[in-house]
Write a protein that binds this ligand. Structure first.
Ligand SMILES: *Cc1c(COP(=O)(O)O)cnc(C)c1O
Length: 462
């Protein structure tokens, strides 16, 4: 009986032929077919019931296996409301940046080539021109991320010397960026001044020695100090540094290029404001509030920035052409702040009016309510979510969510949605699954509908 069944198993070739048109590599599909056949063989040997053994159904199982476990990174619906969700890849790029990345990926480009002279040219010349206009930066260097930017600046300007930092700014930013550790890796000596909540200009002044290389000012990205608190402002600090012939280096974290207070958000210090107030060097991330690709941007006075470019570490931390393409396209959008607001998804998500969020949540709720026999209570509610990525600490954006209370346990629902063919990542709160529309595109509503329908149908495993 069992050997009969084993003999009925189709050959790999027959299954391949039965698979019909597909987009997988032959090798990939063969591998999946072998896994399905092995599985069937094991079931037959152990006497477990098996479903149909014909080539067509084995092919279908193999294709399903590939769909469920693709080797590559998968697109997901971010229904968490957290705009800069680090685990979900932080900023989504604008259409203009996506087009630029795609062209740069496909083609040879003039990345480091001057088409006028036919000679080698600087990789960052276009970003330099953009940031000169947009932020008044004299010189610019782009590296892999902001952690690399801070490391490179400190290693270049302060190796073997002292860096003065306020105790209130010795922060740890998620994902292993601890300022004291980065400073140690850069080879500089950390000189802490002031106390956790109060540091005065005189504390910096008193700490300056012949060994001092620079003052470092760090944005306390993921926490807020409230109450009895003092830090000297950037302008006073820059002036004091200048009196000693030293640069003020400001790690801004997010790299804001527009006035966020127009949209009722906290007024974050912008790149141009920091430079205008006299910072010699400013560093920030490409994929936080700037809304571009992962990158670390170093900009400021040529006298301080240029040496970082010739540091051997700069070569190790260099960005590729895809990053350059995405960053240039993103920055170009800032020429027109009105366009930037709608074209850069991070800014659009930050600034979307509450009435629009509510209307979109209602639309999604109506779509989900149409799922036949869903048995859920589907409502629209208000909920708050952080911005994420260590940006705008203490700010929770109030938005509209679709709240799904289902007959199946909420953890099971959440897990099924997350493991759907097009995964939907929501958040569980108060016994319901919340789907936040702030971080979703309208075009993604159909994925949510399919995922919910499948989750409630229980077609996938729990
Ligand atoms: C986020 C952040 C960093 C690290 O930036 P990455 O681009 O994630 O490497 C460093 N400093 C500050 C102040 C930050 O907010």
């Amino acid at each position: 009986m069992r050997s009969d069944l084993l003999r009925q198993l189709p050959s790999v070739d027959r299954v391949l032929a039965a698979a019909g048109p597909h987009t997988y590599a032959r090798k990939e599909l063969v591998e999946a077919i072998r896994r399905v056949l092995d599985d069937l063989r094991r079931c037959i040997r152990s006497g477990e019931p098996v479903s149909s053994l014909d080539a067509g159904s084995v092919a279908r199982s193999a294709l399903e296996l590939l769909r469920g476990n693709p080797a590559g990174m998968r697109s997901v619906v971010n229904a968490t409301g957290v705009i800069l969700h680090t685990n979900l890849g932080r900023a989504r790029l604008s259409e203009a940046a996506c087009r630029a990345v795609s062209a740069a990926a496909r083609d040879y480009t003039d990345l480091e080539y001057d088409l006028e002279t036919g000679e080698r040219s600087a990789r960052h010349r276009r970003v330099r021109a953009l940031l000169a206009t947009l932020a008044g930066a004299e010189d610019v260097l782009v590296v892999n991320n902001n952690a690399a930017a801070v490391l490179l600046v400190l290693n270049t300007l302060a190796k073997g010397r002292e860096v003065i930092v306020s105790r209130g700014q010795l922060v740890e930013i998620g994902g292993g960026f601890r300022l004291p550790a980065v400073m140690e890796s850069s080879g500089c000596r950390l000189v802490e001044v002031g106390t956790t909540n109060r540091t005065y200009l005189s504390d910096y002044e008193a700490a300056v020695t012949s060994q001092t290389a620079l003052f470092l000012r760090v944005h306390p990205s993921n926490f807020v100090i409230s109450g009895y608190h003092h830090e000297p402002d950037g302008r006073e600090l820059a002036a004091l540094a200048a009196r000693h012939g030293l640069p003020l280096v400001e790690d801004l974290g997010s790299g804001v290029m527009v006035d966020l207070s127009h949209w009722g958000l906290p007024a974050e210090r912008s790149v141009s404001a920091a430079l205008e107030a006299g910072a010699g060097v400013v560093t920030f991330s490409g994929d936080k509030l700037l809304g571009g690709p992962q990158a670390g941007i170093i900009c400021g006075l040529r006298h301080w920035v240029e040496p970082a470019g010739t540091n051997p570490l700069a070569r190790a931390l260099r960005v590729d052409k895809l990053t350059v393409a995405a960053l240039e396209a993103t920055l170009r959008l800032y020429y027109d702040p009105v366009e930037a607001r709608t074209a850069i998804p991070t800014l659009a998500a930050l600034s979307v009016p509450p009435a629009q969020l509510l209307a979109r949540a209602r639309r999604l709720a109506r779509r989900l309510a149409r799922i036949p026999g869903h048995g859920c209570t589907i409502t629209v509610a208000e909920a708050r979510a952080p911005v994420g990525g260590g940006s705008l600490p203490g700010t929770e954006l109030l938005g509209s969510v679709v709240r799904v209370e289902s007959p199946i346990p909420v953890q099971v629902l959440e897990s099924r949605m997350r493991r759907a063919p097009f995964p939907v990542i929501g958040r569980v709160e108060g016994g319901a699954l919340l789907l936040d529309v702030r971080t979703m595109a309208d075009a993604e509503f159909s994925h949510v509908e399919h995922a919910l329908a499948a989750a409630l149908g229980g077609r996938e495993e729990t």
